[in-house]
Design a protein around this ligand. Structure first.
Ligand code: F3S
Length: 62
């Protein structure tokens, strides 16, 4: 599973970082960055939750 954040959609709500800080972090400019684009198996469920919880629908799985 791979995860990306659309920089044009992200508004820095930080929900993704709260749900799965092992994969998402807020960068210095206040928007999400992906720490591990290849999602470790143990974090797949929380990444899915982050996808569903992002108010801007900025996170995509592939
Ligand atoms: Fe951005 Fe959505 Fe996370 S707006 S900081 S990708 S919860």
């Amino acid at each position: 599973m791979r995860v990306t954040v659309d920089d044009d959609r992200c508004r820095g709500h930080g929900v993704c970082c709260a749900i799965c800080p092992e994969v998402f972090a807020l960068s210095d400019d206040g928007y999400a960055e992906v720490l591990t684009p290849d999602v470790p198996a143990e974090h797949e469920n929380s990444v899915r939750e982050a996808v569903e919880s992002c108010p801007e629908h900025a996170i995509t799985l592939s």
